[in-house]
Ligand binder design. Structure first.
Ligand SMILES: C[S@@+](CC[C@H](N)C(=O)[O-])C[C@H]1O[C@@H](n2cnc3c(N)ncnc32)[C@H](O)[C@@H]1O
Length: 441
């Protein structure tokens, strides 16, 4: 297609949707150029209005569906079209899995530069709905109106949510109760200063917790006590400040600031402001794959980098001679120390520091587990990990693109990709977890 023959913004075109991209959109081709279209499934034929024109790709929105793909299923939520919370509800679960597995392979080939990576069959989530143990809703006040929910896809307003079919029941009812309380005049001050609310629920213990994130500090005790009365099994309410004013740790308003989580037989007492995996139905499967990749035989020394509260470190400790956990967040690092100590794991050491600046660690490292945040470990993180002379590296990634970028850095540093296994921790969204095993050449 030449620049002259590109359509213009506002033009309506007919498109055959060819594939699901990694992200919220599917892809069609218009005279050879890619057109990204949200809310469509491979096999759809649609009329779509062009919304953006770029040199190498276009974006469009559906005007009408001319032929529905067999891969479609009915939406499970009345606000799915507006809400930015999930993107793939209309895709049959099998098709979601297929697309995620392919996204991991594509990223490793195109971005990672691996010719024919061994991407093993994706592991499905045991639950497709009501799997989230944590949700953060945003609060918006307009006059006397208060909205609590996720941001709209357009990003400009909060879409009020009565129930989200991805949340575990306790998360859902807790947030509904918060919504009801902030709508009442009694808690006006709290409502007006609330930026967002995070509800957590432990699958194993049934405990729930609420974190209030405040734009400005106001007394929240009466509000927290009202929540404690109304939400069964709520163990506590904490608060923190929004954005740049955030404190390193939440302050407890009432009750406790920790939840007890279980992964199989392992117990983790987790502060409400520490990271923990959000799909407790699939987390044990993730831990199993990490165990398989680490392939410990009891004598290895393990580095759990970006270790959080020690999900992997604790699970691997029984087959390791020593575990060293490096975690930047104070709350998670403190939790990890307590969890190792409660389990009587004397061979574990926890360092509260950034992986990038972790420097030398006492003793050698044989096996690294590396589970960085979404953006990946990057050059500095990988350089820091690489200096420890380990021969096996288990990379756990929640973004295939970051995994692929880091995999290329690892290759340059002398590592080979052995295999990768996607795991669906996030049904109904395009997100996918991957465990990738690297071995030193
Ligand atoms: C995806 S979570 C993984 C945590 C843990 N492996 C788990 O599965 O529960 C990433 C963790 O890395 C921590 N983190 C982020 N940047 C870091 C850095 N530069 N150095 C060390 N830890 C970091 C975060 O606080 C978070 O706990």
């Amino acid at each position: 297609m030449t620049a002259d023959s590109l359509p213009s913004v506002g033009d309506v075109v007919e498109l055959d949707i060819a594939d699901q991209a990694y992200g919220p959109d599917s892809v069609a081709r218009l005279n050879g150029i890619a057109v990204f279209v949200p809310d469509t499934a491979p096999g759809d034929r649609v009329r779509a209005r062009i919304t953006e024109v770029h040199k190498r790709y276009l974006r469009a929105r559906v005007v009408s569906i001319l032929r529905e793909s067999s891969k479609r299923v009915p939406y499970n939520c009345p606000i799915a079209h507006q809400c930015g919370g999930c993107q793939w509800q209309y895709l049959a679960y099998d098709e979601q899995l297929r697309a995620k597995e392919r996204a991991v392979r594509d990223a490793l080939v195109r971005i990672g530069g691996w010719a024919d990576p061994d991407v093993r069959a994706i592991i499905a989530s045991p639950r497709e709905w009501r799997y989230r143990n944590k949700a953060r809703y945003w609060v918006e006040t307009a006059g006397d109106q208060r909205r609590i929910g996720y941001y709209a896809r357009s990003g400009d307003a909060v879409v009020p949510i009565e129930t989200c079919p991805l949340n575990m029941d306790g998360v859902d009812t807790t947030l509904t109760t918060v919504g009801r309380l902030i709508a009442s005049e009694t808690h006006r001050d709290v409502a007006e200063s609330l930026e967002s609310v995070i509800a957590r629920e432990s699958l194993g213990s049934g405990e729930k917790a609420v974190r209030l994130i405040l734009r400005r500090e106001v007394p929240v005790r009466a509000f927290a006590e009202a929540l404690m009365r109304e939400v069964p099994a709520l163990v506590g309410v904490t608060y923190n400040r929004a954005g740049r004013n955030a404190m390193r740790r939440d302050r407890v308003v009432v009750g406790s600031g920790t939840l007890t989580e279980y992964v199989g037989a392992l117990e983790y007492r987790v502060s409400v402001d520490s990271f923990f995996q959000i799909n407790p139905f699939a987390t044990p499967l993730l831990v199993d794959v990490v165990r398989e990749a680490a392939a410990l035989d009891g004598v290895e020394s393990v580095l759990d980098a970006y270790g959080g509260v020690g999900l992997f470190g604790v699970a691997l400790a029984e087959r390791a001679s020593r575990v060293t956990l490096v975690e930047a967040d104070r709350s998670a690092a403190n939790d990890a120390r307590r969890i190792f100590s409660k389990r009587g794991i004397d061979s574990a050491t926890v360092y509260e520091r950034s992986v990038d600046d972790m420097g030398d660690l006492p003793g050698g490292v044989d096996v690294i587990v590396c589970d960085p945040p979404r953006q990946g470990a990057g050059r500095d993180g990988i350089a820091a990990l690489n200096r420890h002379g380990a021969y096996r590296l288990v990379y756990v990634a929640c973004d295939p693109t970051a995994l692929a970028r880091d995999s290329a850095i690892l290759r340059d540093a002398g590592w080979n990709l052995h295999w990768a296994r996607p795991i669906d921790l996030f049904p109904q969204t395009y997100h996918v977890e991957t465990v990738a095993l690297f071995e030193r050449r």
